[in-house]
Design a protein around this ligand. Structure first.
Ligand code: AMP
Length: 303
C-alpha cells in the first residue's frame, strides 16, 4: 500500500567534522520519501518556492516519488542551517527560515485522501493537523517532531498526538516534551496523550520501540565513518513506515522487521551528505545490512 508523507522540503546548509554542504536538498519529507521509496509507493505533500528547480525535483522523480502534491509558491524554499561537533547525535540549529512554509495551507489531492498510511513528518504541528483532517482514509497515522516545535507549539503538538498511532521521536525530544528524564516514564506519559507505538531514536545508540506491552531495542549499525547525520531520523522513518506499508502491521514481528529496516536506511543515510548515499543505494545492499543486523544482535538462550 501507499504512504502519504507531509513534511519539509528544504535547502540545508550543514557542517560536520567531515566537511560541509551549502543549500543541499534536504527536509524531513525529502529524506523520508527517498528512504520509503525502496519499500512502497510514496506520495509527497509539501511546498517549495520559485527557487526550487527541475534539477531539485529530479532525485525525487528518479526514486519514483509521486510529487503531484508538491506545490510551488511565490517566495523562497524553506532553509535550515545546522552544525555538528564531535557529538554527532545532536545538531546545533544555526538558522531556520520557514519562507513559503509560513503561509502554507496544505490541500491534499482528492485521490490521495484515502491513502492508508499517513506520515506527518517533522513540520509545523498545525500543518500536520490540517493534513490529518483531510486524509480521512488513513488506517495508520505516524508522526515525528523536533525541539523547534516542542518549544514553539506545544499545545498544537499535544492535540495532534491525540490522533496519532505511532510517534517517532528523539530521546532528548521526548524528555523535553514530557518533562520526564527517565525514558520509560516519558514513554508512559506520551502513551497517555494518544500514540500506542512509540519509537525513541537514540542516534548512534540505536532505537527503542515500545509497542503495547513489548519493548524492542536495537543498536545502531557500527560504522567506522559518519559523514553527516542529517536526515538519519527521517531515513529511519522511511524504512520503518515503508516496510509497514509494504508488509502490514499485524503484531510484534512486523514492528521488529520494520525497525531493523529503518535502522538499515538510517545507517546508509549518514554515510554521505544530503541524500547522496541513498541515491546510490541498491536492494542487495539493504539485504546485506539487514543480515548483518541479524548477526549483530544474535545470541543463544542461557542454558
Ligand atoms: P533529522 O536529521 O532526521 O532530524 O532531520 C533533518 C531535516 O530536518 C533537515 O533536512 C532539515 O531541513 C529539516 N528541518 C530542520 N528544522 C526543521 C523544522 N523546524 N521543521 C521542519 N523540518 C526541519
Amino acid at each position: 500500500m501507499s504512504i502519504l508523507v507531509v513534511g519539509s522540503v528544504a535547502f540545508d546548509t550543514v557542517s560536520t567534522p567531515a566537511g560541509s554542504v551549502t543549500e543541499a536538498l534536504g527536509g524531513s519529507a525529502t529524506h523520508c520519501s527517498v528512504s520509503a521509496s525502496f519499500f512502497s509507493p510514496v506520495r509527497l505533500v509539501a511546498i517549495v518556492g520559485e527557487d526550487f528547480t527541475q534539477a531539485h525535483r529530479k532525485p525525487l522523480l528518479d526514486r519514483k516519488v509521486d510529487i503531484s502534491g508538491l506545490v510551488t509558491a511565490p517566495g523562497r524554499t524553506f532553509r535550515w542551517t545546522g552544525a555538528y561537533g564531535d557529538d554527532l547525535n545532536s545538531a546545533r540549529t544555526l538558522d531556520t527560515q520557514l519562507n513559503v512554509f509560513a503561509d502554507f495551507r496544505p490541500d491534499v489531492p482528492q485521490a490521495w485522501r484515502d491513502t492508508p498510511l499517513l506520515f506527518l513528518a517533522n513540520i509545523d504541528p498545525d500543518l500536520q493537523w490540517d493534513v490529518l483532517q483531510q486524509v480521512h482514509g488513513a488506517k495508520l497515522v505516524a508522526a515525528d517532531t523536533m525541539n523547534y516545535w516542542i518549544e514553539g507549539k506545544p499545545d498544537a503538538l499535544k492535540k495532534l498526538l491525540g490522533r496519532v498511532d505511532i510517534l517517532l521521536i528523539n530521546d532528548g525530544e521526548i524528555r523535553q516534551l514530557t518533562g520526564e528524564k527517565n525514558l520509560v516514564r516519558a514513554v508512559d506519559v506520551v502513551r497517555g496523550l494518544g500514540p500506542k507505538t512509540i519509537v525513541v531514536k537514540r542516534g548512534e545508540h540505536g532505537v527503542l520501540v515500545f509497542e503495547g506491552h513489548n519493548t524492542f531495542a536495537l543498536p545502531a549499525f557500527p560504522l567506522a565513518s559518519v559523514k553527516d547525520p542529517t536526515g538519519a531520523g527521517d531515513a529511519f522513518a522511511g524504512g520503518f513506515l515503508g516496510s509497514l506499508a509494504a508488509r502490514g502491521l499485524d503484531g510484534d514481528r512486523d514492528v521488529r522487521r520494520a525497525a531493523v529496516l529503518g535502522s538499515v536506511m538510517a545507517s546508509y543515510q549518514v554515510e554521505d551528505f544530503s541524500h547522496d548515499r541513498l541515491m546510490r543505494l541498491t536492494d542487495p545492499e539493504i539485504r546485506d545490512r539487514y543480515a548483518r543486523f541479524q548477526e549483530l544482535t544474535r545470541f543463544s538462550p542461557l542454558s
